[in-house]
Design a protein around this ligand. Structure first.
Ligand SMILES: [Zn+2]
Length: 43
């Protein structure tokens, strides 16, 4: 989903800006899509 508020990515410690694509990782934290440790669902 797209971030609705600014925060910090706990995986890379970089800022998550509003509108960035974010996903929940295995620890139930919001991280950048690229920082997720959860595999995308395969088609
Ligand atoms: Zn990140």
């Amino acid at each position: 989903m797209k971030a609705r508020f600014a925060s910090t990515c706990p995986a890379c410690n970089d800022a998550i800006k509003v509108g960035k694509e974010i996903v929940r990782n295995s620890e139930d934290k919001w991280v950048h899509k690229a920082c997720s440790d959860v595999e995308d669902e395969l088609p």
